[in-house]
Design a protein. Structure first.
Length: 677
């Protein structure tokens, strides 16, 4: 027998106990070899113990099915025992186990590999709902009358008026057609099966191939009565179909992972019922949690999350606990997408594992904690910033992913338009002055600062940075990190930096009056000072500086320029399509007839959003004599805005529309980010 499959003999019965995932590779080959040896040696009563099997794929299911047939021909049998909930569902959907016997089986019970059950006698849908106790005779009669007028199916009408739930509908359809119904999750489908049907077709038909076993394709659908859909799938795949019922929303959500090849350790995927709400939570056994966090399944899950986040270009990983499950979401191109749902009892162990990696106190669960860690994955170093916040169901953790290999440290690669890039280089060429980069959180301000400093670095210049925290290390630049805990603030460090004979100073952020005043004074005494502010536009930065207490006449003399910026999602190159701009847009923006614009249809490369990657749009104000004269009069924001319009400065919205015409983003995305009227 294979060393990967435990073997034991009890009387006339042979026990085989494979371990790990029975997926394509050595584990499946070892199982096939062991079963073949049983048949060859006339050991025809075989029990397959699946207790240590975390996952099975289509090839493993074929091996089990073939062995069952061969053993039966010889007068023997193959029986299963101890499948996990996930493996049990897989066996059920592909027809290797009867749903009722699977559900009722206790650990240690032998489960026969059965044939498909005999077709049930036809029953009316309303009768099934009455048996289930989810609808009354009056409700069913009312739905029947409405059905005759509208032409809609009774089940959908009852869901729409709130009589039954989607789960009730699936259960009733399952009883009516003799089909299994389940909640889709990672592990219940495989990429090899998905590949039998083009992604675009699966999306249009709202179906998801789960497993291919020999010449039969197990297909998840929410509408078992749609014969044209089934006929089209049969024609395209050339396979027989086995239908499984699943919610439409689940099918559409899991199509993304199925067609992108993403997946996680199935041992950790949530398979608990989600329609049971916890009324009262017991005190956690923290000793058990910490022990669980040291186990390899949790380590594998955390490592898999980080690896997938780095691969997919995720900027933040959100891990949060609810009443019945723990949810993992990825922020990609500025928006959050659900990536994984795990059992609620796994959440504290995942948090503890991350705290261990960040060298934090795993016993402290009442106070927020911050830390950082560095990992190496896919051939590159990645920094992760850890932040935890206690909540009513446990700690929420956010990991900021800082992938140095994806950092933009070249002003030529910031994606600026040619006029804006030329203006930025002009500002950076100044020997002194204050240059501010402004925008909301996540608008790319720090990236612009780093690219600017990297553009300026030279052995002939002393460049000093004050950051909180230092995100990227740069050569021949003196980088310093503030430490509020010991009193090393921006203000205190800035005072000392001025004694270090700097040529260029980068201040991570101007947060208060003292920092603002020292930065202005430094720029007036022959230093080029670069910093950021949190304001919505360029004129807002000028108003904010004056609101902080900086004297207008000093600011007018010190200011070199202000850059306001946003990040907008770019159109996915894999599904980009170009078309004539509609008349409404031509009139609104006074574009000439025949103007072409683009958008993405949505594909597996872009999570079906039509967007992939981000680019910056910018608004740059260069200090001029006219602006200095106005600033000296302490203008309010309205006066500054009127001045910008008179001087015809290009706004963020103007730059965004320029990118739309270049075919790099969409009008909808510009409006979403800027909220223009």
């Amino acid at each position: 027998m294979s060393a990967q499959v435990a073997f034991s003999q009890i009387g006339s019965m042979t026990y085989l106990a494979p371990a790990g995932a029975l997926t394509a590779g050595a584990a499946s080959e070892a199982l096939q070899e062991s079963l073949a040896q049983c048949i060859a040696s006339n050991q025809l009563q075989v029990i397959l113990d699946l207790e240590q099997v975390s996952l099975v794929d289509g090839r493993a299911l074929e091996i089990i099915q073939e062995a069952n047939v061969n053993l039966s021909y010889g007068g023997g049998w193959l029986k299963l025992m101890n499948p996990s909930a996930l493996v049990r569902d897989i066996l059920t959907v592909v027809g290797l186990g009867d749903a009722d016997s699977m559900r009722s089986a206790d650990p240690g019970d032998l489960i026969s590999i059965g044939e498909d059950p005999a077709p049930l006698p036809p029953r009316k849908f309303g009768e099934i709902l009455l048996d289930m106790g989810v609808a009354t005779v009056e409700q069913i009669d009312a739905a029947a009358q409405l059905q005759s007028r509208s032409g809609k199916r009774m089940g959908r009408l009852l869901v729409e008026n709130g009589t039954i739930t989607d789960a009730d509908l699936l259960a009733a359809l399952g009883r009516q057609f003799g089909l299994p119904h389940l909640r889709l999750r990672a592990g219940l489908y495989e990429a090899a099966a998905a590949a039998t049907l083009p992604r675009e077709v699966a999306r249009r038909l709202e179906v998801l191939p789960l497993f291919k076993v020999h010449d039969t394709l197990t297909l998840a659908t929410s509408d078992p009565q749609s014969i044209p859909v089934q006929d089209e799938v049969r024609e395209l795949t050339g396979l027989k179909l086995r239908l499984v019922l699943a919610a439409r929303e689940d099918i559409l959500k899991h199509q993304i992972d199925a067609y992108s090849g993403n997946g996680f350790d199935p041992e950790l995927v949530d398979y608990a019922a989600t329609d049971i709400a916890l009324v009262e939570r017991q005190e956690s056994d923290y000793a058990q949690i910490d022990q669980m966090a040291g186990g390899s399944p949790v380590i594998n899950l955390v490592n898999g999350l980080i690896q997938r986040a780095v691969r997919d270009g995720v900027s933040d990983i959100h891990i949060e606990s609810g009443r019945s499950r723990s949810l993992v979401r990825f922020r990609i191109d500025g928006l959050l997408y659900e990536a994984l749902s795990t059992r609620a009892d796994m959440h504290p162990a995942i948090v503890s594992r991350l705290k261990v990696m960040a060298n934090l106190d795993i016993a402290e669960r009442r106070l927020p904690q911050d830390g950082r860690m560095q990992v190496t994955t896919q051939g590159r170093n990645v920094d992760l910033r850890f932040s935890s916040l206690p909540g009513i169901y446990g700690e929420k953790v956010v990991l900021r992913v800082l992938d140095k290999s994806h950092s933009i440290l070249d002003v030529e690669k910031l994606g600026m338009s040619e006029p804006n890039l030329a203006l930025l280089k002009k500002l950076l060429a100044r020997s002194y002055g204050l240059m501010l980069v402004t925008g909301p959180t996540g608008s790319g301000k720090t990236t612009t600062l780093y690219a600017s400093v990297n553009h300026l670095k030279s052995v002939e210049k002393n460049i000093v940075t004050i950051e909180d925290p230092v995100e990227y290390q740069l050569d021949i630049i003196n980088q310093n990190q503030v430490n509020e805990a010991i009193g090393l603030t921006f203000v205190r460090m800035l005072k000392h930096v001025l004694r270090q004979d700097p040529d260029i100073i980068m201040v991570g952020e101007i947060r208060d009056r003292d920092t603002a005043e020292i930065a202005v004074q430094a720029s007036l005494t022959g230093h080029l000072v670069l910093s950021t502010l949190h304001t919505n536009d360029a004129v807002g930065a000028l108003s904010r500086m004056m609101d902080m207490g900086v004297e207008p006449y000093l600011l007018s003399s010190a200011l070199a320029g202000v850059i306001a910026q946003r990040l907008v999602r770019g159109i996915c190159a894999d599904c980009k399509q170009t078309f004539l701009a509609p008349t409404e847009l031509l009139e609104r923006f006074q574009w000439p007839a025949g103007t072409l614009i683009s958008k993405g249809r949505g594909c597996s490369s872009c999570y079906d959003s039509g967007y992939r990657g981000r680019l910056g749009i910018h608004e740059i104000i260069e200090s001029s004599d006219a602006l200095q004269r106005l600033m000296a009069k302490a203008p309010n924001k309205e006066e500054l805005t009127s001045f910008m319009k008179r001087e015809k400065y290009a706004t963020l919205f103007d730059d965004g529309l320029r990118r739309v015409l270049e075919g790099k983003t969409t009008v909808e995305e510009i409006y979403r980010v800027i909220h223009a009227e």
